[in-house]
Design a protein around this ligand. Structure first.
Ligand code: Z5A
Length: 234
């Protein structure tokens, strides 16, 4: 892993969180956003937290449909197209306007999830995924991707416990067999290995406080202009 700061060309930044079920993404996004909002010497910073699939009203409707499992019988390509349709709307109505204002956008899952879920675990060819990514995401690639790495047995147990507490049923992906989740973990690690300049792997088995410290350290190292206390002019 390289810790060199990234030249983003953005006043804010585009940070994505990836990983398997129950890895702690939502927990860590809330903590990171609070830290980032502390701002710079120029004042508080605008931080937009969002998620995929979803993040905009139209994309949230697609989320409800896909996670209900209605597209599963049509196969991973059809599912990837639905995730792409949701992403198109999310990018044009929320992500790009926020980045253009200089905000920091922190997103729970993005196109690496399509590569891992529909690609490596679902069987869709990398060429198809790359072509989709090129036309849908274009230049709006994340500046930094934090991959929360956790044994799927632990993540699924966490997710089940949370579902039980909320009296909700597992969604279409949580219900997949363990080997699907093992392929996912390997896929996220492979993405990090292939793109070390963008990705940082974080051990998600540690306590929430320890994971939060590792997340902040990665953001401060890679995107130092976002670390609280740093001058906007720096
Ligand atoms: N998907 C796809 O297939 N293709 C795509 O292109 C995209 C997505 C974009 C979205 O589900 C699904 O869509 C997802 C992939 C697929 N698969 N599923 N399922 P989602 O958004 O509903 O779920 P998720 O993204 O997998 O997140 P999650 O299950 O909600 O987990 P999380 O956000 O990573 O974890 P959490 O909610 O923060 O924590 C889970 C529980 O563990 C909770 O009770 C916490 O209090 C606890 N927790 C958190 N951290 C810790 C630590 N460090 N120790 C102990 N306990 C912890």
């Amino acid at each position: 892993m390289t810790d060199a700061p990234i030249a983003t060309g953005r006043a804010g930044g585009f940070i994505t969180f990836e990983g398997g079920e129950g890895a702690g993404k939502s927990t860590q996004i809330a903590r990171l956003a609070a830290w980032l909002r502390a701002g710079t010497e120029g004042g508080p910073r605008e931080v937009v937290t969002t998620r995929e699939p979803g993040g905009s009203p139209r994309a949230e409707r697609i989320r409800a449909a896909v996670l209900s499992g209605i597209a599963k019988p049509h196969g991973p390509f059809a599912e990837a197209l639905l995730f792409a349709a949701a992403r198109l709307d999310h990018l044009s109505t929320l992500i790009r306007p926020s980045l253009a204002r200089g905000a920091v956008v922190v997103c729970d899952r993005f196109s690496d999830s399509t590569r891992a879920y529909q690609g490596a675990a679902g069987g869709l060819e990398p060429e198809t995924l790359s072509a989709l990514e090129r036309v849908v995401v274009g230049p709006t690639r994340p500046d930094l991707t934090l991959i929360l790495d956790l044994a799927p047995e632990i993540g699924l147990a966490r997710a089940r416990q949370r579902d039980r507490a909320a009296a909700s049923a597992p969604d279409r992906f949580e219900a997949e067999a363990l080997d699907f989740h093992q392929r996912l973990r390997a896929a996220f690690r492979a993405i990090a290995e292939a793109e070390p300049g963008r990705c940082v792997v974080i051990d998600a088995q540690a306590t929430p406080d320890a994971v939060a410290r590792a997340v902040r350290a990665a953001v401060a190292a890679r995107l130092p202009h976002l670390a609280p206390g740093v001058s906007d002019a720096a």
